[in-house]
Design a protein around this ligand. Structure first.
Ligand code: GAP
Length: 524
């Protein structure tokens, strides 16, 4: 447990120190659950968004993009169900005056039980060594069976209470389990009540309820209300999709774990419009496709898993999360939802405008069904960074004290593709040559010139931000040197150094850092 906390602490400190993420308005002691992306952070985030956009829009003939406004007509949120049902159950502690999500308190309790199961397994693994059969142990060990039963019972009670919107039962579960305020240990709780997560604001020229606007809590509705516009202008036939990247806002009660749960965040959503009755086939297709996409990015299979929803959102007939093992455990990274005709049907009813598709084959008009993939750009950023950041022994060094922090990002998403540095910063010839290379490569890649320290220190700094290549101009590079017109290119992961002709540099680096390489891996 303490290792996990230390890892996470290191990640957040690293993110700040190297210009990835800063606390919002830090000089005023920060604003809870709001973060800013720094110079390296914005590059990494843009690359992740580009990877998503290109794999959706550029590589699918039948997916097109839009960029809808954040403000939408307030009726949008009535039709979508967000005004009435986009709630979290909150509970206050009367002594500490702290506010919590009742379901999260119960889930945290369940995580502790899972922790006990894992502890039993780890103990047994140590005892039995190579002969240990985990599956058999889980099925037979009385302690594990007891914990698993308790875990399942709580899970079922929680899911039923959430589905039924039964606030009294949630309070009862908290009392039955003896859950205390995590900060103070007090069990003096209020009743549980529903809390709507939408932020609202007011139009300047209309007073009162009439002028009330919401900041969108999901980007998906901007896609639904444009379904007919897009279908008509692109003449797409079903199945086809509309993709969008944009900000969303939720007044989260529990906003924590760094950029995992924020009040302002960015979503990458794709609504895939399909014939009613085909949703399970497409559900399966998008589950597989999206998992492959994550693996290509370098997220290993054991850090990803599917988690079926027990408690379906008001719009879904099937839903699954792709969970990622963050430093604080397996949590939702992406949602794949079969949304039926709920949204288009509701907009059709409330607006009085037809949200239908004329099927040229069956000669019928109908409201399409929708399969949605929805991922938070910030959560993807956190998953990517938390997996990529490692402290390791410097490759090729025997001395155990020679360690480095390295951000082992896929080269195509690394903020800086190559750093160019002169071996000595006070030698004008080396500096000029390095600057010429930099000024040439910057037209093609995000590159950096750096001569602010000794070469070893510069390498470490580039490792820490994930730069896949360091290009060094040394005395051999000069016209009177041993290998004129060549430079060394150091590989971040292997530390191997290749001697490359200056005119071949773009060709040497290009294919490795090209997004096409990553997209091709995802498509395999
Ligand atoms: N349109 C469907 C929808 O919004 P969701 O499961 O509520 O579904 C989709 O959200 C994704 O958006 C999540 O899987 C997560 O990656 C991201 N997300 C949701 N709430 C978030 C928050 N408060 N902070 C950061 N990311 C969030």
């Amino acid at each position: 447990m303490s290792t996990i906390a230390a890892d996470f602490k290191k990640l957040t400190a690293h993110a700040k120190e190297y210009g990835f993420i800063y606390q919002s308005s830090e000089i005023y002691d920060g604003l809870a659950a709001a973060y800013d992306y720094g110079p390296n952070g914005v590059l990494l985030k843009n690359n992740l968004k580009e990877y998503w956009w290109r794999s959706m829009v550029q590589l699918h003939d039948n997916i097109v993009g839009i960029d809808a406004a954040i403000f939408m007509h307030p009726k949008t949120w009535k039709a979508s169900g967000h005004v009435d049902a986009f709630n979290d159950p909150l509970i206050d502690n009367k002594d500490s005056k702290k506010r919590y999500r009742a379901d999260v308190l119960i889930e945290d309790f369940m995580d502790k039980i899972e922790g006990k199961i894992n502890k039993e397994i780890a103990k047994a693994k140590k005892r039995f060594g190579d002969d240990f059969d985990e599956a058999q142990f889980r099925e037979t060990n009385p302690n594990v069976l007891r914990y698993a039963k308790q875990h399942n019972e709580i899970g079922t009670r929680l899911a039923t209470a959430m589905t039924n919107g039964d606030m009294a039962e949630l309070k009862q579960i908290i009392e039955d389990l003896g859950i205390a305020d995590p900060d103070t240990g007090s069990k003096n709780w209020t009743d549980v009540r529903q809390f709507n997560l939408m932020f609202s604001t007011q139009l300047g020229n209309i007073a009162g309820e009439e002028g009330k606007l919401y900041l969108r809590p999901e980007t998906a509705q901007g896609i639904f209300v444009n379904f007919v516009n897009v279908q008509k202008t692109t003449r797409q036939k079903l199945p086809f999709g509309i993709a969008q990247i944009g900000k969303a806002f939720r007044n989260e009660i529990v906003a924590r774990q760094f950029i995992f749960r924020m009040r302002e965040f960015e979503q990458m959503e794709m609504q895939f419009f399909i014939q009613p009755g085909t949703q399970m086939e497409w559900y399966k297709y998008w589950k597989e496709t999206r998992l492959k996409w994550h693996k290509a990015l370098g997220h290993p299979a054991e850090k990803l898993r599917f988690h079926d929803h027990e408690n379906l959102a008001h719009y879904a007939d099937a839903a699954v999360d792709i969970q990622f093992e963050f430093p604080f455990g397996f949590k939702e990274l992406e949602g794949i939802h079969s949304r039926t005709d709920f949204d288009l049907g509701a907009h059709q009813e409330l607006s009085g405008k037809k949200m239908q598709y004329f099927d040229p084959q069956t000669k019928e008009s109908y409201v399409p069904y929708v399969l949605e993939t929805s991922i938070g750009a910030d959560r993807l950023f956190l998953a990517t960074m938390s997996h990529a950041l490692r402290e390791e022994q410097v490759p090729g060094q025997d001395d155990p004290n020679k360690r480095r922090d390295v951000l082992a990002l896929h080269p195509a998403i690394a903020p800086i593709k190559a750093a160019i540095m002169p071996l000595k910063r006070n030698d004008e010839r080396l500096v000029n040559m390095a600057k010429d290379i930099f000024n040439d490569l910057r037209y093609r890649f995000d590159v950096q010139y750096d001569d602010t320290g000794a070469i070893g220190k510069l390498y470490r700094r580039q490792d820490a931000v994930g730069t896949p290549f360091c290009i060094t101009v040394d005395f051999d590079s000069l016209a009177d040197g041993e290998a004129p017109g060549t430079v060394t290119v150091r590989d971040r992961d292997t530390l191997e150094q290749a001697r490359v002709k200056i005119e071949d540099l773009a060709g040497f680096i290009g294919p490795k850092v090209d997004m096409a390489t990553l997209l091709a891996e995802a498509g395999k």
